[in-house]
Each structure stands twice: as C-alpha cells, then as structure tokens.
Design a protein around this ligand. Structure first.
Ligand SMILES: Cc1cc2nc3c(=O)[nH]c(=O)nc-3n(C[C@H](O)[C@H](O)[C@H](O)COP(=O)(O)OP(=O)(O)OC[C@H]3O[C@@H](n4cnc5c(N)ncnc54)[C@H](O)[C@@H]3O)c2cc1C
Length: 172
C-alpha cells in the first residue's frame, strides 16, 4: 500500500490522533494503512484471549490468587509526610454481601478498564474535587484529569484481497 502512495499509520499511536484542523492542509496523520494481525495460534488454530495468553501460563505461581466473582469497591490510601500511597482495596461479592479488605505489600495495580478504572478512582476519592464533592465522596487527591478525555476512535476500513500471500496469515 505504501508503494501505491498510502502512508502507514499506527492505529493505536499518537499519530492516529485526529485533528480536524489538519484536514484543510492535508497533513492529518490519521489517514493511512495498517496491518491488523489475526490473534490465532497457528499450531492449535485457537483464538488467543486474555486468560489463555496471560493467566493460564502463570496460574501455578504461589504468589498469585485470583478471586472470582468479586468487585473492588474502593482503593485504600494512606497519607504520610505529604505523600499519598495506595495500600490496598476493599471488595465484595455483591452490594449486600460483606465487604473485605486486602492490603498490598508493594503496590496496587488498578486495571479495571477504560470506564471502571476512573470510576473506581473517583469512588476512592481520587478525581476532580468538584466531581467528588457533587457525589459526596471524601477527597483524597484532587486530580482533575481522572475520568476526562475519553475518546472513541472512529474507523473507516477499506478491505481488499491480495493477489498473493503478503505476510504470515495462512488458512487452516
Ligand atoms: C467493542 C470493542 C472492540 C475492541 N476490539 C479490539 C481489537 O480488535 N483489538 C484490540 O487490540 N483491542 C480492542 N479493543 C480494546 C481492548 O478490548 C482494550 O484495550 C483492552 O481490553 C483493555 O484491557 P484492560 O485490561 O485495560 O481492560 P478490560 O479488558 O476492560 O478489563 C477490565 C476488567 O476489570 C473488571 N472490572 C471493572 N471494574 C471492576 C471492579 N470494580 N472490581 C473488579 N473488577 C472490575 C472488568 O469486569 C474487566 O474484566 C476493543 C474494545 C471494545 C470495547
């Protein structure tokens, strides 16, 4: 496609950011082509997904515990000497079930997704002061960027069939 004059674009990178102002002079970097690999393991023809790619290979680790059916309700923070650290979380099986707390030895990694992560931060007191105040959540850290700038990536796809094999994809 490059040989035909179409630039390569990184669909997840900074270059894919769309700025309408760039349309006028033709410099917008959101136009171009990219390859979207098929996530299939060739030896088994099975689809790769989060569990078989990341969890299954390490499930026997003694320092790993997976609590299924639990929802984190809050990140716990500790403040000392002007610094605030996440030190654990609370979680529950349902809104009527008892809540448990678990503390971290080193760090808390929050990966609740694009909506869940900022929501959980805000429920825990980390977010824009005005948002926390309106929701009646005691403020831990005033961080106005939390929950802002969610962007939906619009896509326009032009698919074509290559006349010869171009890369690694093969039929099963
Ligand atoms: C329709 C759609 C199509 C997509 N297609 C592609 C694609 O083709 N290729 C690609 O690379 N990416 C694709 N993406 C993006 C990709 O899915 C995300 O980038 C990726 O899943 C983000 O991973 P994550 O672990 O950060 O969050 P997620 O995968 O969203 O995982 C977050 C997890 O946290 C859990 N959670 C949330 N809140 C709590 C809580 N309070 N307590 C406990 N658990 C909680 C959720 O249930 C979820 O299981 C797509 C996304 C969507 C929505």
């Amino acid at each position: 496609m490059n040989a035909l004059g179409h630039p390569t674009v990184d669909p997840n990178g900074a270059s894919s950011r769309f700025d309408p102002a760039d349309l006028a002079d033709g410099t917008d970097a959101s136009r171009g082509t990219f390859v979207s690999p098929v996530f299939v393991k060739p030896s088994t023809a099975s689809r790769s997904y989060a569990r078989n790619a990341y969890l299954d290979p390490i499930v026997a680790r003694p320092n790993l515990a997976v609590l299924v059916g639990q929802q984190v309700t809050k990140v716990l923070f500790e403040s000392a000497k002007g610094q605030t650290r996440a030190v654990g979380v609370t979680y529950a099986n349902s809104s009527t079930a008892p809540t448990f707390a678990i503390t971290a030895t080193n760090e808390v990694i929050l990966s609740a997704g694009v909506i869940g992560t900022p929501q959980l931060l805000e429920l825990s007191g980390v977010g824009a002061a005005s948002v926390l105040r309106a929701a009646g959540v005691p403020q831990v850290v005033d961080l106005p960027s939390v929950g802002e700038n969610l962007q939906v990536r619009a896509k326009s796809i032009c698919a074509c069939v290559a006349s010869r094999a171009l890369c690694c994809y093969r039929r099963y």
